[in-house]
Design a protein around this ligand. Sequence first.
Ligand code: PRX
Length: 633
Amino acid sequence: MPSYRDFHRRSIEDPEAFWREEAKRIHWETPFDTVLDRSNPPFARWFVGGRTNLCHNAVDRHLADRPQQNALIYVSTETGIERRYTYTELHAEINRMAAVMRSLGVKRGDRVLIYLPMIPEAVFAMLACARLGAIHSVVFGGFAAPNLAARIDDAQPVLIVTADAGARGGKVIDYTPLVDEALARATHKPPHVLLIDRQLAPERLNASYLIDYEPLREQFFDAHVPCEWLESNEPSYVLYTSGTTGRPKGVQRDVGGYAVALAASMKYIFEGRPGDTMFTASDIGWVVGHSYIIYAPLLAGLTTVMYEGTPVRPDGGVWWRLVEHHRINLMFTAPTAIRVLKKQDPALLKQSDLSSLRTLFLAGEPLDEPTASWIGDALGKPIVDNYWQTETGWPMLAIQRGVEVLPPKLGSPGVPVYGYDLTLLNEDTGEPCAPGEKGVITLGYPLPPGCMATVWHDDARFIDTYWSSVPNQHVYSTFDWGVQDEDGYVTILGRTDDVINIAGHRLGTREIEEALSSHTAVAEVAVVGVADALKGQVALAFVVLRDAGGYATDEARRTLETDLVKTVDRQLGAIARPARVHVVAILPKTRSGKLLRRAIAALAEGREPGDLPTIEDPAALQQVREALDTQRS
Ligand code: PRX
């Protein structure tokens, strides 16, 4: 194995040669003619002309070597259900689901919107889409109806797959009323809605448009649906993510590049070997779930563990017992989960036999030093922080232990991953930053395989949003601040835009502002993210009322606050709920009317906002200060 530095250099200097070699990790029904088409930057097309299929590579290909190995172990501590599917059984379930979808008219290139909780059928549905060449768009289960409606209108699915309910922390969340409301709001009307009936929801909707999956599954029990061989650059899925505007962006991924990138990452970053067991505690609605619950472990012939529940129910030892019981080798979650576990009885961790576990991977938000040290010491195993985004699909920064075991540095996710030409640039000049100097983390053209191909049906938005924000440079912006040291280790310093990260969930402050603005009492609103010991960040809202006189008493204000919080819950879901809503008479803005969110956030974190020469009315800052003082007292 070459050293990390040589490996990375080779991937940047000669990406064609580098990725031609890595492409051997997957099956190509028809070989590609060209490794990389750079004729239309910033678009990059990988493995042009090659034909392959994600489902074939993730499942069918393993039937010869590991037919009886578990492919999927499903554990729900919400329902007490545990199920195991060998590769043979998973293959059969996917074929049934694919046949049902086909009978409902789903074909290559169609979109299927998947709105499901963490149940095995979600995996079957995603892989069935892959098999048929249909494009899945998974929307996080329980996401609020207006959100779901926006995604239905953007993706224009021919089918929605949903369930009667999800469950979290012992609470059942009915899905069908949400789907019903979303369909009423959406302009696009999908012809079919398939229902996985878990018999969980007490008041589930019995709408006539819901098609029960179970009888259809029986009907197609022995079906075999051949894989569609897709050109490498056909879309595999669209996953919506938050940005600076309220309009969600559909991150479009390809087929061949994604398969190759994930398979390579399993070797060089995750060190997952065929037959290993990997437990990624995330959700299939997030990119970590797409890549590391489903596609990557299966592509590499592992057993993947899918978990419905929280890390602390029935107690904080539940994940460690899973490790012992299923002999889990690789575990992947977000720092928030570890911070939650740290607050539990530490003895719980010692009660299980964790000898099978080799490495713990953490991503999605900054890994603070106390959490990293605590879990590292408690487990006595390597902790691999890795930094990436929905857009990239797989890590950009990490210690790549499968290449070279570089020493970790607390507070840093490590060094640029092979394939990524990652540079820190000055926000104002576009010049490269010196070591130690803060800059925007950017990626040079071309993005490596597996990264977003474009914004779904909006190439212009892909260029405008991602490739046009750094002066004098045609680079991809991550919209993250960072600083790189002499050895190449990067530390993440937060977002350059108005995106916040609550417990590893990415949210646009603009989305929360739009939800609050929809309340009739609200004239103006500013939402900022502020540091929080447990969740990383929480949202704080400051609102100006249309008629402040109408809410003069404390009680009226409190009722309004509760009502505003409920509005966010309804429109975006509880994840986006502001920790507090403060009523102020005026918001700090520049003379040209731009909200000074950074100044508000600074005050909320107890920092001074610094000089604000362009502020319209300094009294506005005083208002924010006073609101925060009442919150603290
Ligand atoms: O700000 C960075 C933060 O999460 C953002 C991406 O979130 P999302 O699209 O949900 O994808 C998560 C995939 C793991 C990034 O722009 N972020 C992600 N990983 C880290 C991180 N911040 C610090 N350290 C990380 N390891």
